[in-house]
Design a protein around this ligand. Structure first.
Ligand code: SF4
Ligand code: SF4
Length: 334
């Protein structure tokens, strides 16, 4: 039986006091006496929805209880802003309350990496992830303009690789322009973080070399004049995740609360588009993201695709196809 055919365990609970017992379903004791990166997106400046330090501290405490040595970890990003550099991101982490006093462990930001080959392509994985045997990851589940969903897979696929790999992945998803729908309002040019669009009177130009494929312009164009090629950023995301986690012991913790219209990289990520649901734990990134989507769609059918016109189940399908994990799961309620 292959990995994709296995029914994986996904544990659901809505009350954080159950975290300790829920973790007993996974072999957290094997994390003892090892340095454990807790992979976490600590939120873009002004974003309100990222997981908060009090909540993260509970995970850190659980890891310390089994004599593991946790530290919060994330990588720098390719676009401009505080998270672009190690020092800038560390400053932002402090602004958001991620410091030793509040979370009980160090915060490490890095942008060095080493190549791993998956399905014939190289992905530079962050050194801290390459070196780790055991990893814990906290993923805030929300929509994403390019990938349809941000959860456990995206936390590694985009967040666990170097800037150069992030750039390559985004460039594959530069938007397509539909001239007939364009009113030359110029909003896309105003929001483009890379000044890749110029709009003058009846002229719209895009500098393809400057475009990073971030999708911000697609998000703001009210006339549907810009759309994603759907260029399989979800496929490369699945491959990059596999590059990060294969042969590692990883516990995935998905936070299905404050489910926002856009991702934690977006300063204006609101509004909330689904009521709070609770928390999921698993040792399989595909099973936990599939369970997350299923729970959200039970309450708000198709909501992620309605918001971004990107089918989030594609990243599940691709991930399963390349052997990252299994979409078959059994939900255990606590
Ligand atoms: S936001 Fe849309 S309609 Fe406005 S200029 Fe850009 S592409 Fe054209
Ligand atoms: S996707 Fe749009 S907003 Fe993002 S860099 Fe390219 S042109 Fe600019």
């Amino acid at each position: 039986m292959g990995e994709k055919d296995r029914v994986k365990k996904v544990v659901f609970f809505s009350d954080l006091t159950k975290l300790h017992d829920a973790l007993d379903n996974f072999n957290i004791q094997s994390f003892a006496n090892t340095k454990v990166p807790v992979k976490l997106h600590m939120g873009e400046l002004k974003n309100k929805y990222f997981p908060k330090p009090d909540f993260v501290k509970q995970v850190v405490d659980e890891l310390k209880n089994v004599n593991a040595e946790p530290y919060l970890f994330d990588t720098t990003v390719a676009y401009t802003g505080l998270r672009h550099t190690k020092n800038g991101y560390l400053k932002l982490a402090k602004i958001h309350g991620f410091n030793h006093k509040k979370v009980g462990c160090d915060v490490v930001i890095d942008d060095s990496g080493a190549p791993k080959t998956i399905e014939g392509k190289d992905y530079e994985v962050a050194d801290h992830i390459v070196k780790a045997v055991n990893i814990f990851t906290i993923s805030h589940v929300k929509t994403h303009v390019a990938t349809g969903m941000g959860g456990a897979i995206k936390n590694f696929g985009m967040g666990g690789v170097t800037k150069e790999t992030k750039r390559k992945m985004h460039r594959g998803s530069r938007p397509i322009y539909q001239k007939d729908a364009c009113t030359y309002c110029g909003v896309c040019a105003e929001v483009c973080p890379f000044s890749a669009i110029k709009v003058n009177n009846n002229s719209w130009k895009q500098n393809m070399r400057a475009c990073f494929g971030c999708g911000v312009c697609v998000d703001v164009c009210k006339n549907n004049a810009l759309e994603f090629v759907d260029a399989d950023i979800q496929y490369v995301l699945a491959c990059a995740t596999k590059a990060c986690v294969q042969d590692k012991n990883v516990i995935y913790f998905n936070d299905l609360n404050r489910i926002s219209r856009s991702c934690d990289c977006d300063p204006e990520a609101g509004p909330i588009i689904c009521p709070d649901i609770g928390y999921l734990l698993s040792d399989d990134p595909v099973a936990i993201d599939k369970a997350s989507l299923d729970l959200i769609y039970d309450i708000k059918p198709n909501i992620f695709e309605k918001v971004n016109k990107v089918n989030p189940y594609k990243q599940i399908k691709y991930s399963e196809k390349i052997g990252l994990g299994s979409s078959a799961y059994k939900l255990i309620n606590y």
